[in-house]
Design a protein around this ligand. Sequence first.
Ligand code: KG4
Ligand code: ZN
Length: 358
Amino acid sequence: MIVLGIETSCDETAAGIVSCDAPGEGRILSDVIRGQVEEHRAFGGVVPEIAARAHVEVVDTVVQAAMQDAGLTFADLDLVAATAGPGLIGGLLVGLTTGKAVASAARLPFRAINHLEAHALTARLTDGVDFPYLLLLVSGGHSQFILVEGVSRYRRWGTTIDDALGEAFDKTAKLLGLGYPGGPEVERRAATGDATRFAFPRPLADRPDLAFSFAGLKTAVRLAALQTDPLDDQAIADICASFQAAIADILAIKSARALARFRDETGSDTPALVAAGGVASNTAVRAALERTAREAGGRLVVPPPRLCTDNGVMIAWAGAERAMAGLDDDPGLTARPRWPLDADAAPLVGHGRLGVKV
Ligand code: KG4
Ligand code: ZN
């Protein structure tokens, strides 16, 4: 089965093609990603309207490039898939409409994909990970633990009650006057910093659940920056290193707890912890997760950075996995800004800029 996947939920316009021979077995035929960092840089974050417009302008050429790279025509495809949510509504509509149009013109089946499910299943394509496994998704929009039991079988064990982790990196970078996107810049500065200079909090670390909270940490960083004089390059490096150390600690503590629960519930002595999302490419974060997984008798799996962040390949792959599993979508499925993977998970009362976080 050959599948085209289209991703436009945030600030990446992406199209990828995979071929899938059996459940959990696939090959990447093409992978085209057009970012929008330049369009958003002046604003220090993604501006939804600018993102939507940028998607409209390039989505057709991105899809075309993916077809060309794979050396295929639409007639060679078996399925078209596009992200339907969660994400920014303008961008979602662009990708979804494009995918449905291609499917309709080429008389192909179409599948609307949950972006989180695509992140969740990527490690099966890249590393052949078997079900069940534990997913830690840490991106600009999400910070969640998800038990992945099978295709379409997800249980959310914990999520953030305020900011997403990538958002915390971006906001920290912004208030320190560093560039956008903030995560890589904070990591770069942290490399020459003293992680013990500032004692930042580890929010919710002492709570027995798997919830995250990063708003308080962000405030602590702001106070440290205000109270440090001079706020020179070394001070900024020290703040970045101390912030990153706090994050690594929080993730290690919560992951150890999640892995213990995984062992209890699945009976597995060799749990696979899969990390995905932009923050998973942070070296300090990876080292902390690697250590934690090893101590739990398991292993850490992190797809390569290009497939860890937003891409079209993961959407194509999720489409293939769903098709292989015989799951049919409602073809009328429309764009959904909020779309939790686990419909049974209790809604959270935490608030973000856009309202209640799910
Ligand atoms: O998964 P992603 O590319 O996009 C979505 O949000 O879906 O994640 C982007 C986020 C941004 O907040 C960015 O600052 C963060 O991931 N990020 C990092 C690093 N690289 C990207 N955070 C910490 N360290 C990094 N090296
Ligand atoms: Zn994503």
